[in-house]
Design a protein around this ligand. Structure first.
Ligand code: ZN
Length: 301
């Protein structure tokens, strides 16, 4: 749920000291698809930047690859790496039947935009950085992207708390305000079929997500999230991992829990779980990685 906000601000400009320049007034117009949960009225009267719009799909491709590299670095910083496991896939805006994925066996914390690999629906490398990719991971996501045209990005990680919680084969409970974003979009994939190498496994995962699912707890495995932008999918993964961690902490106390009420949880989800808000929530982590990499992360294809 987002709203387009246009605000006009009048600014009085004083003449330079010592000159006879009169006081002038100028107008600045701000237009933004502000997230519903962070509308202009809640941000001091100024709108916040929404998901950028591109006329040139090649420019959008570069923007997506930078955000993909940033998401990997966030995952690395938060400790989600385990050998060569984990991946992110993003639909190509130039040819939407093709995808960009990460090279196999490169640490998430080292990835930059120019490291990403362009593959077709069959997992064959067709461009970008021409190196080996994770066929198992790609086949699981290819089926999801095929079944859900609204999903442009998918993230998967063997993050510690997600992996621990996945052994219960249960959804996370709505224990606090932050976890309300999972209301109605959470699924559990109860079939552990070994390493996901088969196309059929990917199709079963797509069936589990259905038409509305955006996050899945993969039993005995880890977490999978999806979104209309890589930022949305990445934020959902970081938030779900934290939610799993918090629920494990809560469960370890043995003290009876108070769950958020259904009505309150649904209302909070409506305000906080739209694609614009979830995109915005990821920007502090993304911008931190841009700042930390001193421009290396954005290196183009
Ligand atoms: Zn995995």
């Amino acid at each position: 749920m987002s709203s387009t906000t246009t605000t006009t601000t009048q600014i009085a400009i004083e003449g330079s000291p010592g000159t006879k320049q009169p006081k002038q007034t100028t107008e600045i117009t701000h237009t933004s698809n502000s997230p519903a949960g962070l509308s202009a009225c809640g941000t001091g009267g100024y709108p916040i930047p929404g998901i950028p719009k591109f006329n040139d799909p090649f420019k959008k491709r570069q923007w997506q690859l930078e955000h993909m590299a940033g998401a990997f670095r966030v995952f690395a910083r938060k400790g989600y790496t385990e050998g060569s496991a984990g991946h992110i896939s993003v639909r190509d805006p130039v040819d939407p039947n093709t995808f960009w994925i990460n090279p196999l066996g490169v640490h998430f914390g080292m990835l930059k935009a120019s490291d990403m690999v362009h593959v077709n629906e069959e997992g064959q490398v067709i461009g970008g950085n021409k190196v080996a990719v994770n066929a198992a991971g790609f086949m699981s996501r290819s089926a999801i992207h095929k079944a859900r045209p609204d999903i442009n990005a998918a993230c998967h990680a063997h993050s510690p708390a997600g992996k621990a919680w996945s052994t219960f084969g249960r959804p996370v409970e709505i224990l606090n305000q932050d976890s309300c974003i999972f209301v109605g979009i959470q699924r559990v994939y109860n079939t552990f079929g070994g390493v996901v190498l088969e196309k059929e496994e990917g199709e079963r995962l797509a069936e589990t997500l259905g038409q509305d699912g955006r996050v899945a707890i993969l039993q005995n495995h880890g977490l999978l999230t999806a979104g209309s932008t890589v930022d949305e999918a990445a934020y959902l993964l970081t938030s779900l991992e934290r939610t799993c961690e918090v629920q494990l902490m809560v469960e370890s106390t043995g003290i009876p829990k108070i769950i958020v009420g259904d009505k309150e949880a649904e209302y909070t989800a409506k305000v906080n779980a739209d694609p614009e808000t979830l995109y915005y929530e990821f920007q502090p982590d993304f911008e931190y990685e841009i700042w930390k990499s001193r421009g290396e992360l954005s290196k183009g294809i």
